[in-house]
Design a protein around this ligand. Structure first.
Ligand code: FE
Length: 202
């Protein structure tokens, strides 16, 4: 099992998200402040252990890094192998996406009257350090892909629920809509709570 270095980075981030939720700030403020906190978390690529940064040759991986004790939010690492992409999908809750390593392409969609997703504007290229947001209020449907065909990209996401357990929708390329529950790729989470071993870190 790989050791987590600088566990205070993720621990501070989850504490800050929990505080915003405790304060019940409006979603606009939550996304704004949460984005600033996520930007700070992904400003350093020295804390994500290899076990939760491993690509799979078949499909992108979604590793749970932290779940709030009341499932108000969850933090995951999304690991994209070369050229990997999601289908068009929704979230049903707010979410923030921050690129830790590499780069991603995100294309937003909206549903027409027939329930078919139509692309909204041009695709965005998110470089390392960039943060994007989704929610049913601001636009909840997108397709995300690794911008690279020859290297791994990794993003850190925070969602307003235990995202792996949420019933959501995918819109397959052949048309229609399917319900899915993503689950997670990992059984074991990084231990960010061994505070006694960290000396003066908080
Ligand atoms: Fe997504």
């Amino acid at each position: 099992m790989s050791q987590i270095l600088r566990p205070e980075r993720l621990r501070t981030f989850v504490d800050r998200i929990a505080s915003l939720l405790d304060e019940a700030v409006p979603e606009t403020r939550l996304l704004e402040a949460g984005s600033a906190h996520l930007r700070e978390l992904i400003a350093h690529d020295d804390w994500l252990p290899d076990a939760w940064a491993r690509p799979d040759p078949e499909r992108y991986q979604q590793y749970l890094l932290h779940a709030d004790s009341r499932q108000r939010f969850s933090v995951v690492s999304f690991v994209w192998g070369p050229g990997q992409a999601t289908p068009v999908h929704d979230h049903t809750v707010w979410g923030l996406i921050g690129v830790l390593r590499g780069a991603e392409i995100a294309q937003g969609y909206r549903l027409n009257e027939q329930g078919t997703p139509l692309a909204v504007g041009p695709a965005k290229r998110l470089e390392t350090g960039a943060v994007d947001a989704v929610s049913p209020r601001i636009g909840d449907i997108h397709r995300v892909s690794n911008a690279f065909h020859d290297r791994v990209s990794i993003s850190i996401h925070v969602y307003g629920a235990n995202i792996g357990a949420v019933s959501r929708s995918v819109y397959p390329a052949e048309g229609g809509r399917k319900t899915f529950i993503s689950g997670y790729s990992n059984e074991v989470l990084p231990n960010i709570w061994n505070v006694s071993k960290e000396g003066t870190f908080s």
